[in-house]
Design a protein around this ligand. Structure first.
Ligand code: GCU
Length: 331
């Protein structure tokens, strides 16, 4: 009998031990990567991130998954880079001009009239041309692991803009970098840097006359309500960058890192696919709400930013090389 009880005891200890281990294992296994995102859940990048998270969780056996905070809940893009640097959150999607403030060379991939089309941009983003540039900022506590398209940006305000002179005296909001301000100034207006979240009210209150952005964001943020003329200047295909805390990224096992990197590449490609469909849907909504889309001869605008292009290309050997490589991939 004693022997029997002893056996039961050992068995119980063994079973409890096993279930304990299992619990602990699941506890430490899932690392939540908090992602700051400044647009809505309807945005193509949000959808791409959601899909990425599902695959990441499945392929790393639950080691990682994302928790995305949309609508700039965690602050504007500049603030969210700091949160990533300090490890308060792990990831963020930020416009290229924001990272340009850490290394000026980034300006070259957000140059006006650099890419001929989305197809051209896709070839560049799926190539390895930009890897050394991305690595260059890792000493700041974050890594750039990927790059999203954000379509082509156009000017919108209270009237049609068909030539640079039309922007005379017009304060147009731009993203927060010197290059963006210079670009809008060269195009004939007054570039006014500010965070995206402030734009609607600033136009409404007459602090600025308009903004410049892609159709998806124009509609997502209902900017058509305050600036109903969207003119196809197509001046800028500035990318968004996917950034992650440097420590979090480099602490991944080689297997998980590979899964992560491969899935990022797949996500970039996917986002290109849905982008065009979203543009059409966005335009429809804007038109139904009274917005007008105006075709523009872009030649005079291209001319107006030539000097800026030259300045940026000549920042360094890196920018010269990247510019040449990008142009080589044009159709
Ligand atoms: C685009 C881009 C965002 C950026 C925004 C802006 O929507 O995708 O990353 O924040 O423009 O104008 O600030």
């Amino acid at each position: 009998m004693k022997k029997f009880l002893l056996l039961i005891g050992i068995l119980l200890i063994f079973l409890v031990g096993c279930s304990d281990k299992k619990d602990k294992k699941t506890e430490v296994q899932t690392q939540i990567l908090k992602v700051a995102f400044n647009q809505s859940e309807k945005h193509p990048q949000y959808k791409a991130l959601e899909e990425f998270s599902k695959k990441l969780e499945a392929q790393t056996n639950g080691a990682y998954k994302l928790e995305i905070s949309p609508n700039a809940l965690l602050g504007d893009q500049r603030a969210t880079v700091e949160l990533v640097q300090n490890g308060v959150i792990q990831m963020a999607i930020v416009g290229n001009p924001v990272v340009e403030n850490f290394n000026k060379d980034f300006a070259v991939i957000g140059l006006p009239y650099l890419y001929d089309s989305l197809e051209h941009q896709k070839k560049v983003f799926l190539s390895d041309i930009l890897k050394p540039l991305f690595k260059s900022v890792s000493s700041n506590g974050f890594e750039v692991v990927g790059i999203f398209t954000a379509g082509a940006r156009c000017v919108y305000t209270n009237k049609a803009i068909t030539k640079p002179g039309d922007l005379n005296g017009y304060k147009i909001r731009v993203m927060q970098s010197d290059t963006m301000k210079k670009m809008l100034d060269s195009m004939g207006g007054i570039g006014t840097p500010m965070g995206q979240g402030e734009v609607y009210t600033a136009i409404q209150q007459g602090v600025i006359e308009g903004g410049e952005n892609n159709e998806v964001t124009y509609v997502d943020l209902k900017h058509y309500e305050v600036a109903p003329y969207f003119s196809y200047t197509n001046h800028l295909m500035v990318p968004d960058l996917i950034i992650i805390n440097e420590k979090v990224y480099n602490e991944m096992t080689p297997e998980n890192k590979k899964i992560f990197d491969d899935l990022v590449k797949e996500m970039i490609e996917n986002e290109f696919k849905v982008w065009n469909e979203n543009v059409e849907a966005a335009k429809k909504i804007a038109k139904e709400n009274g917005a007008q889309f105006i075709e523009v001869n872009i030649k005079p605008f291209q001319e107006s930013v030539k000097q800026l292009q030259e300045e940026v290309v000549n920042i360094s050997d890196t920018t010269k090389n990247i510019f040449e490589e990008v142009r080589k991939l044009s159709n």
